[in-house]
Design a protein around this ligand. Sequence first.
Ligand SMILES: [Zn+2]
Length: 475
Amino acid sequence: MSRRSARIISRQTTTDVPEKTSITTKKQSRRQDRLTVIHTVVSSPTQTEEDNNIKSTSRRSAESVPLYDSDSSVKNTAHRKSVKPRHRKLKPEPVYDIPDVEKKETKFKGRLGYACLNTIMRNKRPASESVFCSRTCRIDSIKKNGIEWVKELGRKNVEDLLKIIQWNEDNKIRLFRLSSEMFPFASHPIYGYSLEYCSPLLAQAGELAQKYGHRLTSHPGQFTQLGSPKPGVVEASVRELEYHSEMLDLMGVGRDGVLVIHGGGVYDDKTATLKRIKKTIQDTLPQRVRERLVLENDELCYSAEDLLPLCEELDVPLVFDYHHDSLNPSSISPSEIIKRSNQIFHRRGITPKQHLSEPRPGTVTIMEKRAHADRCSSLPTELEQEGVSMEVDLMIEAKDKEQAVLELYRMYGLEEVKHESLRPPNELQTKETKGRKSNKRRKARDNDQSDGPIEEGFEKVASSRQKRRRKNPAE
Ligand SMILES: [Zn+2]
């Protein structure tokens, strides 16, 4: 056993001890001395592992850098300067100047929500106070630390979900999308695991959401391809959907807890692929998955019009995405699509749901326009049509997450908002999206020793998810 994995196990077995004093490493070398000091400044074992292994979008603190390097010969002295006093206090939030918004009117009565991440809670400092549900890791870390370790990341994610649900209630936001990465690698063919171990906590989160009347949904990643010609891809997709279903089932979420997926790739033949999607839904999907399944029009491959016949035939509701429809329009109007998709929702006893976002200002090409703007400038006029869609739930897929929802609340007078929950919009919103992976990240991936194609595929997926989220955090 390597010295590093021994350390990790020692941390894992001392989680009940006060965290900041739990690590007593023997001072056998200079490097180890250094790590001992480092351990005393991190706030919790899980947070530490997260900082070490996670492909997080946040900036790493300098003290976590030596642990991040799996190569023990790596010399890094930057952390020495940054070792801070033991008791770091929560930084007080600055007082923000919030610009006025244009006042508008609507008849819309549904819920507005956001996806996966709360920017205020995620950005709390010190980092140990950060609240989020997407702690994940690399397969290499699972090999080193074991399945129980990765399951602990999942448990921590659910603990933070409880905090987010409470924040949402305090701020009158009653629709929230669960992160797909709540339980890292849970659907992996080798490293996957059942979520039963976390069922009491999941039930607690579900009960809290139910008590407040919040709707929880999920949106499995883009690699969920029910129409792939490769059986292995379809199998992996079904496993991924089963994992999401299990999560919602253990939370006790009712039929409104939908699993939203796109049509996926067209594989050079859209008609043949649609047939395969149909066959997978009919013949392969377990009943409990099928009951939650919902399809969504996307901006490149499948328009709403492409999916509607299949949705109507199989009674699978269609989530209408306004942004995608503007980039990949149908010959029928949004109102007509919404009317037809709402009929499916109603037949199935599921509250209708739509997605709203806008392209970033100044964008021209379709690839630029795919990226989501920070906020939304208005609610769609289609929502004004009596009897069509006034009571749908609208997922706001904007980059500023809960801030975009709160801004719409202010704009339309939908709910009272707390000033302390507001953040000013970023004045420097450009049409650029964050570009490529950093060299460091690419290098780390290249050095990753995976077991073969399955793992590579999975890593690729995890990595493309991260990349996509950086570009387009709303998805
Ligand atoms: Zn969408």
